[in-house]
Design a protein around this ligand. Sequence first.
Ligand SMILES: [Zn+2]
Length: 290
Amino acid sequence: MPWSYIINTNRYYASLNNSTDGQMPLPDGQFSNTKKMVFVLVIGETARSDNFSLYGYPKNTNPKLQQTPNLLVFKNTQSCTTYTTGSLACMLSHTEKVANFEALPTYLARHGADVIWRTNNWGEPAIDVSSYVKASDLRSSCQGEGCRLDEALLTNLIETIESSTKQKIFIVLHTKGSHGPSYYSRYTASFNQFKPVCRDEEISKCTSQELINAYDNTILYTDHFLATLIAKLESLQSIPSAMMYISDHGESLGEQGLYLHGTPYSFAPDYQKTSPFCYGLQIRCNRISK
Ligand SMILES: [Zn+2]
């Protein structure tokens, strides 16, 4: 879209200002117990719930998550905006109002939690955390084909959790997910299951089916990523854990002649606003009550 070049340039430069100076602190709180536990928040990218079989999509794009017990799937979740920076600021805030309060990671870190932000993306609000790690810095220790993709974020994750000396650990994994237009580059070869796929960055040159197939393969890969994370958390022997997955916004795949996202919210189609939202509980250790 023509306006995207201007708007996103401004958003990009705004995101470079990562100072938390001037942010207003939220009221102090306290943890209700001192037991060591971990919560992992996975922020998806451009995943729309319409293409998740967890939400009734007829193609099986969630074969692993559908087999996962104790997974809560929330329906009718709408993103705050149709672009990354706006949605991240919103989902990490206690209010939808635009105000300069500290974000959730900063709040938790200020209260003594070990807050670890791992990113294969960009666009988070200014935060003050214990550890900020880019996927590019994790890749040298990562093994496997998925290391060039979001799976790099899982590198040594369990070791990091186990070695933390804090009682409360909050980890954010900010993925690249289904970001277009090159959907075909967001998954490894074994997830190229829906064919034929669009391999042209000028996606309007592809057929609708090729485009949707490539996009669906990214959801299949996200399914694998989340199932892998859950399996890793289940391997923790004595640390209760939970994980939450929510995408920042949806995507248009040619419906009404629209592609990608970022359409102004007031007339953006629901495809750009419907975000999948899952919550997984790890029960091998002490069950965390719902
Ligand atoms: Zn986004």
